[in-house]
Design a protein around this ligand. Structure first.
Ligand code: ADP
Ligand code: ASP
Ligand code: MG
Length: 420
């Protein structure tokens, strides 16, 4: 019998009423003949509340206990969904991460899955029981401690379980009916994509589109899991809900998209991230080894640097270096640089936290010139100043003032013909 993984996010299980609705979606697939493993998130808002409680208890909380606290949200919803399924006459039981077991490393708060032994799970599923797995959590087996997979980690739980049990598909149910050309909450003209390539989804997710956790897309790509993003808010028994192609976005190989499209789009989507800050070092001596002396200490402090711009100085003696870091590390980054001031040699460190990185993504950019130039021209026409730029084969990222985020995203969305 074919197996299916169905994942439901926080808004989809926010109340008992919504959990009942989820149970009806599960029933539809059970009735269609699938062996189903469900993965659930905590009720929406719950994880934020639990995180807040940890921070209120101690600024320097023990990360192992943080995981013990924040993993509890998913324990509740997995049990509640099992009860609700039983109420509908469907045999079901809940599984915590350690019961499966979902084995992870010990990076508490952002652990990575090492292995999932699906034997117990599939053994029960073979008897006709629905497995309701608590998302977001695992266990570090050597220490026997609970772990969590980082915010949004239930997506990753779902894809990893799908790979482990050889599921035919992994359906990610959320509060939108698929992956859009940009966040539909910001741009009402955003269009739903029928398909998006793994590589593009990976860029979209890592550049700010939080519809899927980045790690889940990596896993889906590596293990070739057919992943489908769809809405839990539609009538579970609507006729089109049974046919996946009509009701969401399939994340798949590039070849599958090319085969389904007469002409490839150059740009597939626009993403934006508000959680980066700009750091600029003014009047750095322009000599060999200077970049190493700036970025070495930042790396040692485990601060991730993203966009980097270095000016060519006119007199050949001094230069400015601009780069971005996660906003959470902004003050620390400035302190690290001040500490290394003597060895680097610069005039002043400045920066800004009210900035946004807007990115244009599309595999079609590989074979098209001029995509970046068009973006710069369109932003200039709206009077939007560009602070930094980075590009790769399939994306362009532009750092701008946060106040212009919406205008920039909408402008680029129209520019590349993405408006519906
Ligand atoms: P869940 O709780 O189900 O995991 P999330 O809030 O994590 O849901 O992800 C869904 C949200 O992602 C949507 O409500 C939407 O606002 C946001 N989002 C951002 N970018 C996109 C995009 N390109 N397509 C669809 N949704 C997007
Ligand atoms: N509940 C967790 C979070 O809010 C995991 C998830 O929803 O995917 O981050
Ligand atoms: Mg999510």
């Amino acid at each position: 019998m074919a197996r299916l993984v169905m994942k439901f996010g926080g808004t989809s299980v926010a109340t008992i009423e919504r959990i009942r609705n989820v149970a009806r979606h599960v029933k539809r697939e059970v009735d269609a003949g699938y062996q189903v493993a469900v993965v659930v998130s905590a009720m929406s808002g719950k994880t934020n509340e639990l995180v807040g409680w940890c921070k209120d208890s101690s600024a320097l909380y023990d990360p192992r206990e943080y995981d013990a606290v924040v993993a509890s949200g998913e324990q509740v919803t997995s049990g509640l969904l099992a009860i609700t399924l039983q109420e509908l006459g469907i045999p079901a039981r809940s599984w915590q991460g350690w019961q499966v077991p979902i084995s992870t490393d010990d990076a508490h708060g952002s652990a990575r899955i090492l292995e999932i032994d699906g034997t117990a799970l599939t053994g029960q599923m073979d008897t006709g029981q629905v497995a309701v797995v608590a998302g977001f959590q695992g266990i570090h087996l050597p220490s026997g401690r609970l772990t969590t997979l980082g915010r949004g980690g239930s997506d990753t739980s779902a894809v990893a379980i799908a790979a482990a049990i050889g599921a035919e598909r992994c359906d990610i149910y959320t509060d939108v009916d698929g992956v859009y050309t940009t966040d539909p909450r910001m741009v009402p003209k955003a269009r739903r994509l029928d398909r998006i390539a793994f590589e593009e989804m990976l860029e979209m997710a890592s550049l700010g589109a939080k519809v899927l956790q980045v790690r889940s897309v990596e896993l889906a790509m590596v293990h070739q899991v057919r992943t489908f993003v769809r809405s839990s808010f539609e009538d579970p028994d609507a006729p089109h809900m049974g046919t996946v192609e009509a009701a969401g976005t399939l994340i798949c190989d590039e070849e599958e998209i090319v085969a389904n499209q007469m002409e490839a789009q150059v740009v597939t989507g626009i993403a934006f991230a508000r959680d980066e800050a700009q750091v600029s070092i003014r009047r750095v001596e322009d000599k060999p080894g200077i970049a190493a002396s700036v970025f070495g200490p930042l790396a040692e402090a485990h601060i991730n640097v993203d966009m980097i711009v270095q000016n060519v100085s006119s007199d050949g003696r001094y230069t400015d270096i601009t780069f971005t870091v996660p906003t959470a590390d902004y003050e620390r980054a400035k302190a690290v640089l001040e500490n290394a001031k003597a060895s680097i040699g610069f005039e002043v460190v400045e920066g800004a936290v009210d900035v946004t990185k807007v990115s244009v993504i599309g595999i079609g950019m590989r074979s098209h010139a001029g995509v970046a130039a068009d973006a710069f021209r369109a932003l200039a026409a709206k009077g939007i100043n560009i602070r930094a730029i980075t590009t790769s084969e399939i994306k362009i990222s532009i750092l701008i003032d946060a106040a212009y985020t919406e205008l920039a995203v909408r402008t680029l969305h129209s520019l590349y013909g993405l408006d519906k």
